[in-house]
Design a protein around this ligand. Structure first.
Ligand SMILES: [Zn+2]
Length: 307
């Protein structure tokens, strides 16, 4: 993080400027003592409000003079998506940054942004990307971790998960997201999810702030209270998508325990014909679901995991 470093115990607010891209705001906390560097990003998806509010608040509350190590915050990556309440995409090219990594220097807007943002992995020791359920989704708090982390990163990822109060930690095979590509590049990373439905609450914002402090504690940047309830690991999850446009009826709620064979929801046509019933393949817990009534082909409907 040499680019940001100035004085010990200081805060630097800056905008990262990339050719023909909107600037990306950044706030760098340089601790009073040397230590690990944590990268925290939020607002990759414009309609997920809990993370941006939590970062907005915590950068007013942290004191770099009490920190051993550094934190670089990216408080609002997709700012136009945020102001317009867009689902997942950048308005410039209608692409999802979280499927765009590693990106390309000659690609579309989102691909070029991904290509540039990946440079920020350099100099970081750990990375958390803050998300939530989208405007049409409800979810239970959780974090995603890489099922197959880069060599040597398994231990540090397990260490940090052990400090978190996210309820569940779900193994993921994703490779093209901001956090998942970081793992491929050797930077240990997690994606944290809290909130959804185009809403935010005091409780959820405080929950994310707590999670950021828990990660800082795990990295010995700033001490914080230790949890006695680390997340339940989920190694196997099912992500159901809609086979067609239609009406979606969910029968279970995020966080609810489900039984093998239980009907989780169904999709119907406009005329009332059944398109598909979704039944649980095993006993588990509902992680998130779409609460929108109208869904399109390949829309995410429900996810559940086996604890
Ligand atoms: Zn997201």
């Amino acid at each position: 993080m040499k680019y940001f470093e100035k004085n010990k115990g200081s805060i630097t607010t800056t905008s990262l400027k990339y050719p023909e891209l909107d600037p990306v705001d950044a706030v760098f906390f340089q601790g009073q003592e040397d230590g690990k560097t944590l990268l925290v990003s939020t607002g990759v998806h414009g309609g997920e409000y809990v993370g941006p509010q939590a970062v907005r608040e915590i950068i007013q509350e942290l004191d770099p003079k009490k920190m051993k190590g550094n934190v670089l915050f990216l408080p609002l990556i997709n700012r136009y998506g945020f102001y317009h309440g867009l689902k997942r995409i950048f308005p410039h090219d209608k692409k999802n940054l979280n499927n765009a990594f590693p990106g390309h220097e000659d690609g579309s807007y989102t691909e070029r942004l991904a290509h540039n943002l990946a440079d920020l992995y350099q100099g970081a020791d750990f990375f958390i990307d803050l998300h939530g359920g989208d405007i049409n989704e409800s979810m239970t708090p959780l974090c995603f971790y890489p099922k197959n982390p880069s060599q040597g990163n398994e231990e540090i990822i397990a260490h940090v998960i052990g400090y978190l109060t996210t309820g569940y930690a779900v193994a993921s095979q994703a490779k093209d997201g901001f956090y998942s590509y970081a793992n491929l590049c050797g930077l240990p990373s997690l994606l944290l999810e809290r909130g959804g439905g185009g809403r935010w609450s005091r409780e959820e914002v405080d929950g994310v702030k707590k999670n950021i402090r828990e990660v800082m504690d795990a990295l010995e940047i700033l001490p914080y209270e230790k949890t006695i309830h680390p997340p339940t690991r989920i190694q196997e999850a099912v992500y159901e998508v809609s086979p067609a446009h239609g009406f979606w009826y969910a029968y279970v709620r995020p966080g609810e325990f489900i039984r093998e064979g239980q009907t989780l929801g169904r999709v119907e046509t406009m005329g009332g014909h059944l398109v598909k019933n979704f039944k649980a393949k095993f006993d588990g817990v509902c992680l998130y679901h779409t609460h929108a009534l109208g869904v399109h082909t390949d829309d995410a409907l429900i996810a559940y995991g086996r604890p």
